[in-house]
Every structure is written in structure tokens, then in C-alpha cells.
Design a protein around this ligand. Sequence first.
Ligand code: F6R
Length: 613
Amino acid sequence: MCGIIGYIGVKKATPILIDGLLKLEYRGYDSSGISTIEKDCISIMKDTGRVKNLYNLDGINNLNGNIGIAHTRWATHGKPSKENSHPHLDNNNNFSVVHNGIIENYTELRDFLIRNGYTFYSQTDTEVIPNLIDYYYKKETIDDKYRILRALQKTCNDLKGSFAIQVISKFMPDNLIVIRKDSPIVIGKGDNENYVSSDIPAIVSYTKEFYFLNNYELALLSRDNIEFYDINLNSIVKQVNVVDLDADSADKNGFSHYMLKEIFEQPSAIRKTIGSRLSANDSCNFEELNFTKEFLSSINKIYIVACGTAMHAGLTGKVAIEQLCNIPVTVDIASEFRYRNPIIDKNTLCIYISQSGETADTIAALKLSKSKGATTLAISNVIESSITREADYSIYTHAGAEIAVASTKAYTSQVILLNILALYFAEILESISSLETMKLKEEILALPQKVEETLQCTNLVEKYSKEICHEKDIFFLGRGIDYTTALEGSLKLKEISYIHSDAYAAGELKHGPIALIEDNVTVVGIITDESLVEKTISNIQEVVTRGAKTCIITNQSLNNIDFNQVISVPKTCTLLSPIVSIIPLQLLAYYISNEKGLDVDKPRNLAKSVTVE
Ligand code: F6R
């Protein structure tokens, strides 16, 4: 969704701002803009369409300012248009503002400002912010360095909703101001320059030192200094965090798309997720958790709550936790969970999974369960993301920055982390034998190699994708753990190829979906769970009888059966099989989208980080 970049230093700000926006493109957006301070006045350039269009705007090359703010907008209030793009100015051109989040009471604030003589030129919620700052600035009687900060403080006290805000002003031409509540923003510390961004990868090529703001904390940046304040404008001290993230994680490294690069990064991402948490001879190690047997024995119910792909990872986690720990697990979609009054008490553990750590529904669901007394545990890929700040406990997947909108390596890392977590619980609870523990550990440690082997199916999948890329509907079938892979494979396909697809538990076919099967429809079957092979095959035969073409992802020898396409994956234990069987399906979605000439990394209407409800 929307992205923010800021720069204050000695270099020309414009190229740094546009470079930063290009790195935030993956979040999804429909317009972009920048604003710089030019000889004590504010300039603004903005338009709809791609960030690179900014280079073509008249006068952009004449901007020489060393301080600026920039934004990619994903329309919420008002259609994508130049007027609705950020930055937004107040009526007197004193303050320029970019904003991520949603101002829920903007109509009320707008009416108030209109009554006080302000005019609005956009349909956005954001435009109230610079005008409110201007309103309060004028009311201030003391003209000191804190005048703007006081105006911003009063403005933020009026705002309901979520915001990450950057402000520049002609009254403070050597500063840039940042404040946040419930929307992400990081500040990068440089040498005689400082940066602001919605996420670390966009500015990691400039600095590895970052500050993270808590809700209602404000930062006043100058070239060589950053002052931090709480909402009452008391000065606060913040620790700098050194983040060791590869600068090239935000580059394609020779791959034609981020998605393909990220699919191929899975062996190394999985190695990093396993890290030092698991080794053949020691107990699983989660220093961040330190759960005791007494605590885990008191847990009588676990909820795993997430959205989209992260929720599919949660479905695999349910199987692992129930099987290894014998604790009942319910998996919920966050947007449903938060409104359905779930039964939660102090003996409930709620696990929240979010690659970005910024998904609005997941965060709201987390807050709800906390307020009802549950213990909350966040699983995220992004250090210091909102979900990890909110939860009682947090663990990271360490999969590296994921840029493509379609999640791939984050998913497999989530699945593996959930399995290690389940094993960690099981070791503490002594709920499985040491032989079972040892076998599962061996299988987990062998996974990076098995994923590498699986990737050898790439050419076969690419060839097959050309055969089915013009289909209108594709169905995915599986049983047990393979059903979770069917769901994820189907989601991947629809989001980037725009082919309608659905996933069904194979045993459900007869209860309705089989009515959709007709001549030449493609059905993808996933068959890896040894105990269910025959059952799934008989379901697949039912669709073959009705004229379907079949593609089977399997770790079994199914030589005697005539499928149109078989893609073999290495054998691993059932709990871990989604990690290998999803790979051909990720590749299939990728190659179909590419074959159709679609924007693989930035599919229409989708955003990488869904920060609004
Ligand atoms: C699909 C995809 C989405 C996300 C979902 C949750 O490829 O990426 O379904 O999984 O929007 O996002 P996070 O994990 O950031 O909470």
C-alpha cells in the first residue's frame, strides 16, 4: 500500500527520493509524488501512474533542494488522480505532507476546517492534515523552534485512525518532521544526512543504522542530528538499531522478476529460518520465548490467525501442532476473527502470522485477543514491524526482504518455522518420543537440499505453463496437508495470472464442485500424503472420467495411471511436504503470468502490505 520516503542531507534530494519510491513500488500504488524545499519555498511534483513518470514532469530536473519527502499512493479516499496524489499542501502553501494510513474522522475535521475558511482540492482524508497544522500554527503565540511541533502535536491529537506522517515547511527549511501511529515508518541514520522510509529495504543501500518510532513518537530531523519527542513534546532518547540486511535484497540480481528470484532464494531462506533454532543433537532453541512446561501445559487452545498466504501457512501449522503437541488448534482469517467474538481466555495462545507485520486486520485481531487475556505470539519477516511490537512474544522467519507481491519464500519460511515451533512445544511437553523428534529434525535439516532438487523442475513447469496459460478456470485438489498446498497454489495462480481458480478438499468434490468439471478443464492434484494416496487418486479419476486434463504434483510413483502431466517432488515427511510441493505451483503461476505478458511482481489491485482494513 502507500509508501513514504524522506531525505535530508547535503545531496540533491530528488534522485534519492525517486530511487526510494522505485524500491517501494512493490507495495502497490497508483500515483506518486515528491516535495522538496527550494530556497525557502516548497515545490511539489506529482502524478498518476508509474514512479518513473516523475522523471518526465516539467521542471523536475530543476529541483536542487537537499530536503524532501515523497510518496506512492494506493487509493483509498478518492480515485487515483493528480489532485489526490501526495504530497498535499495546506491552503497557504506553508506545509507539505505525505501520509500513510487512514484518518477515520476526516469528514468531521474537513467540515471544521471549511468552517474556518479552508478550501479542499482533493477527495483525500490526508488533505486535512496540512490544513490542520496550518490552523494550529497560526493559533500559536510563541514563535520558537517548537511552534510547528506543537501544531503537529495538536493536529495528531485530533486525528482518529492510523498515520505515518512526514512534514516539511517553509518555516523550518532545515528540518523534516516525522510522526506515527499504527502505520510503519523507519528512520535511517547517515553521515551528515538522514533518511525516512516505510521499510528498511528501500534505504538499506544508504545506511544500516535505523531508529524505530513507537506510536505517537515524533522525530525532528536535521542533516546531522535527530531529536525524538513523545506526544507531549518531552525529549526522549532512542537507541539506534543496526540491521544487517543485504543491500541487494532489493535488487533483482539478474532474474527477470523479483518473484522468480525469491522462488530461487528458498533454499537459502529456509537455511536462515532454521538458523540456530534447530540442530540434530540439541533441543530446539527459541531464546525469545523461554516457554516452560507449566505454561504450555496450561494452554488448552491455540488460534492461528492471519490473512492470505500467511493463513495458508497457518493451516500447515495446525496440522503440526495438533499432531506433535496434542493441543487443539483453530486457524482463522484475521478479518473474520476480529469480528466474530472468539472464545478466548488466559489459557489461550494466539499465534499471528504476517510476512510484513503490518496487515491491519491481523494487528486488530491481535489487539482483540490481548484485551481478552490471551498470550500472543507474532511470526513475522520484518524486524520491528507493528505486529511484533504489539505481541507478547515475537519470532522472525529471517527469509530476507520479499519484494514481489505474490508471497513465495515468506510462505515456505513460515511453514518451516511453525514446524520448528511445534517441535519446540513438543519437546517441552514431552508429547512425542525422542525417535520421532530425531526423525523430524533430520527431515527439517534436509529441506534446503530437497528444495534445491525440487527447483530442477523449472524447465518442465515452464513448458507445461505454455499449454495451460489460456485456460479460463483451473481447479486444485488435495487431501489432508495437500489440501493446504492446493489452497496456496490456487491463490498464487489467481493473483498473478488472473485465471479463475479454486481449491477443494478432494473428498468434497462429490458434494458440489464436480458439477464444474467438463471436457478439457484443467485440474491440478497434489498427492504427497502416503496414507491418502489411493483416496485422492480415486477423486482425480472421477474428474478424468468427466473429461478433465490433469497435472499431478507428487512424491509417489504413479506410473500406471495416465495423467496429462506429472511433476515429481522429493519425498519428505508429510508435515513438511507443503514446502516442496508448493514450489512447482509457485513456478506454474509465475510462468503463466509471464507467458501472458502480465506484471508478475505487481499484479493489478493488489498491495504487498495491506495496512488498511
Ligand atoms: C499472497 C499474499 C497475500 C498475503 C496477505 C497477508 O501471495 O502475499 O495473501 O499473504 O496479504 O500479508 P502479510 O503476511 O504481510 O500479513
